[in-house]
Design a binder for this molecule. Structure first.
Ligand code: SF4
Length: 749
């Protein structure tokens, strides 16, 4: 591993490879004489206090990220499954690429283009997500592409789009959270999932603001709250309706805002009035006095926010649940003005950008819709093809995985590990095994890669340059700090090589900046307009918030989004603290007249045709699977501090494994007593889809009718063996957050 000369000795400013906070960090060569025995990595992480989002703070995952760069934990040569041994064995790049291209081509010819599937990831950079979508639709001609971000926040995206006309995780900078009056945090355990963000909630309270946390578990985040409401999993929608009922009943509506800036209130009012507090108490388990207290805290302040995360979103009614929380904001005038509003705390590293640039089943770059003739014409023109050649929308992530081995015969998997992260994971694993051919690009031999016919070792994070878009819609530059190990190639390089073998000599550049430039042109005029953004601007301004149309006449873009109001971006980010990264004088001059980017959306109008936010009437409905005599408990799943998503990377870091060595079943002492179980006893959690076994962790911080399991592990403790793939009708997001289970003592292994 060679340190990039540009990185030495002061270091390379970049961002963490993991979650959507995309913390700023500096990568420095390990000083001579220190040795790299601990991690094997030649670089180490240093604080980067001037980056405005995390202000130098990192969690343990960020500090230890270089460990995954070490060659002993990762793939450094292509692998091909040999017929003779049935095992994955080393191969040359030429052989591996040739084999993949041949099998993709054979499947297309034999079964048609839609028999080839492509599955991407929310951790891929914007450039990779864009190139993967373009590869699928142009080179393969398949409609069957989706990505694991569908599992992450697609319900919030669907609800945000139908209310506001566009989906951006937070329509304001994260720092606004510290300056509002009250935050309702729904289904988020920030203290474990993105600890540096917790400081904004701490500052909120230091500034006199109030924090309400809604979570079935008394998490570390809930412990910080002024009020913790612990509803039954899957009942957040009823809870929001009950609060809105009380807001109407107590005369706390902002009628002026409703009249001036929204549409559709009467139907939402009727739905809320049908949800009496006493009924809501019965559904949720949250008492009427607690509901009243929440309304007081939320309404007795000029500004307030609701922030949702996976809790309300990963449900078979996730879109309606988020809509209920948005309705609460709109009814009280907490939207479309500074320091108030609704936001989604995006999960994966590029969860936001990953859903904007064309790897989602129904979308084209710039958050354009694949079934919109104008969008198709625009993107086709950028790609130099007839719009008629672009396939239509395909299946959503779980539906695509469920079809493997059926009408999808071959799959290209990039940056995802569905054998651990998908719902009903044993079934998904069996579907992966049933394929005619599986090709995987990854940095490590993940559980999904182990099922492949060909595995390609690719670069990651500090070994390549690319952009991500954080949870605020701030487009960031991850810079290359070191050379990758010998034998490893970039994802962009892989797509270029495969495209060439399939007859596309041009159109798939390997230089990330060249891909970004094309992505920006493709996004011009779309809802997520990046056309005014350049690598140089991101470097100079430490991130640029989209939409950022091109005003400069450089010819990238041409339109203003309907809501891209001129803004105060200068207040955010520190424009001068990073190196200029090759910005020329001419570019600097251009920057002074360029669109400033849009830190705050909707200040004058929402992105709907009439500029008004849309109330959407929703009513409570049960989870797809409610407890019964056979499965009397609810299971909810989530993350722990020291692991990340499917654990493919973090389970390879010694320090993180020591902190979080394996799965567990969290349960209340009353339930433990009924089972005769003590801390550490092996428990089997059984659902209609399978059985998972893990040690008991007894705590009074969880409801007695609910058990919790983290989902980072494979094997007998794989939580997603149990989860229910019931899909939300709008977002097609599976119901990870609630299913019916029973728990029993398990025999010793
Ligand atoms: S909070 Fe997220 S982005 Fe920040 S260091 Fe931790 S994992 Fe990385």
């Amino acid at each position: 591993m060679h340190v990039n000369p540009a990185a030495a000795p002061s270091g390379t400013d970049t961002h963490c490879p993991y979650c959507a906070l995309q913390c700023g960090m500096t990568l420095r060569p390990v000083p001579e004489g220190r040795g790299t025995e601990g991690t094997g990595a030649a670089i180490e992480v240093a604080e980067r206090p001037a980056f405005p989002v995390n202000r130098g703070a990192l969690c343990g995952k960020g500090w230890t990220a270089p460990a995954v760069l070490a060659s002993h934990v990762r793939l450094t040569e292509p692998l091909v499954r040999r017929r003779s041994s049935g095992e994955l064995e080393p191969a040359t790049w030429e052989e591996a690429l040739g084999l993949i291209a041949a099998r993709l081509d054979r499947t297309r010819r034999t079964h048609g283009p839609h028999a080839v599937g492509v599955f991407g990831g929310g951790g891929l950079t914007n450039e990779k997500a864009y190139a993967l979508g373009k590869f699928a639709r142009l080179v393969l001609g398949t409609s069957q592409i989706d990505y694991n971000g569908r599992f992450c926040m697609s319900s919030a995206a669907a609800a945000g789009t139908r209310a506001f006309g566009v989906d951006r995780g937070l329509p304001f900078p994260l720092s606004d959270v510290a300056r509002t009056g009250c935050v309702i945090l729904v289904g988020s355990n920030l203290a474990e999932t993105m600890p540096p963000a917790l400081r904004y909630l701490t500052e909120l309270r230091e500034n006199g603001g109030r924090l309400i946390v809604i979570d079935p578990r008394r998490t570390r985040t809930a412990e910080q709250a002024d009020l913790h409401l612990a509803p039954r999993p899957g009942t957040d929608l009823a809870l929001a309706l009950g609060l809105l009922h009380l807001i109407v009943a107590e005369g706390r509506l902002d009628q002026e805002f409703i009249d001036a800036r929204t549409s559709g209130w009467p139907d939402v009012r009727s739905a809320a009035m049908a949800h009496w507090p006493e009924l809501v108490e019965r559904i949720t388990g949250v008492s009427v006095p607690e509901l009243r207290q929440a309304v007081r805290l939320f309404c007795d302040t000029e500004n307030a926010m609701v922030l949702t995360a996976r809790g309300p979103e990963q449900q078979s009614k996730g879109t309606d649940t988020v809509s209920a929380w948005i309705n609460l904001c709109l009814a009280t005038g907490r939207a479309g003005r500074p320091l108030s509003g609704y936001g989604c705390l995006t999960g994966q590293g590029n969860g936001q950008g990953g859903r904007e640039h064309g790897q989602k089943a129904d979308q084209l770059p710039g958050y354009r819709k694949l079934d919109d003739p104008e969008a198709r014409a625009h993107v086709a023109q950028v790609w130099g093809v007839d719009p008629a050649v672009l396939p239509g929308p395909g299946r959503s992530a779980y539906e695509l995985l469920d079809a493997l081995g059926g009408d999808i015969r071959t799959l290209l998997l990039m940056g995802s590990n569905p054998a651990v992260s998908a719902p009903r994971a044993a079934h998904v694993e069996e579907r992966l095994r049933s394929l005619d051919f599986l090709a995987v690009c990854d940095v490590v031999l993940s559980e999904s890669a182990q099922l492949a016919d060909v595995v390609l070792p690719v670069t990651q994070w500090a070994e390549e340059t690319g952009t991500t878009t954080n949870l605020e819609g701030r487009v960031l530059l991850r810079r290359k700090a070191i050379d990758p190990p010998a034998g490893v190639r970039t994802d962009l390089g892989v797509l270029n090589e495969l495209a060439a073998r399939l007859g596309w000599e041009k159109g798939f550049p390997t230089a990330p900046e060249e891909v970004f430039d094309e992505l920006c042109r493709a996004s011009a005029g779309g809802p997520a307009d990046y056309s005014g953004i350049t690598y140089a601007r991101i470097a100079a301004e430490d991130g640029v918030f989209w939409p950022c149309p091109d005003h400069t006449g450089r010819g990238r873009g041409h339109t203003h989004g309907p809501y891209a109001h001129g803004t105060d971006s200068a207040q955010y980010g520190s424009k001068n603290e990073t190196v200029n990264d090759g910005v020329t004088d001419a570019e600097q001059e251009t920057q002074t007249t360029a669109h400033p980017g849009t830190p705050r959306l909707f200040l004058d109008r929402f992105a709907t045709p009439d500029g008004r936010a849309r109330f959407v009437p929703v009513v409570h409905r049960p989870a797809a699977e409610e407890p019964d005599a056979e499965y009397p408990l609810r299971l909810t799943t989530g993350r722990v501090l020291a692991q990340y998503q499917s654990g493919a990377q973090t389970r390879r870091v010694d320090e993180l494994n020591t902190a979080a060595p394996g799965p567990f079943v969290e349960l209340h002492p009353r339930l433990a007593g009924q089972l005769g179980a003590a801390d550490g006893d092996r428990l089997a959690v059984v659902s209609r889809r399978g059985r998972a076994v893990a040690p008991a962790r007894v705590t009074s911080g969880i409801r007695p009718d609910t058990v919790f399991m983290p989902f980072h592990w494979y094997g007998e403790g794989r939580a997603n063996t149990l989860t229910n793939p019931a899909l939300d009708p709008a977002s097609r997001m599976p119901e990870f957050k609630v299913c019916a289970v029973r728990v029993e003592l398990a025999p010793a292994p």
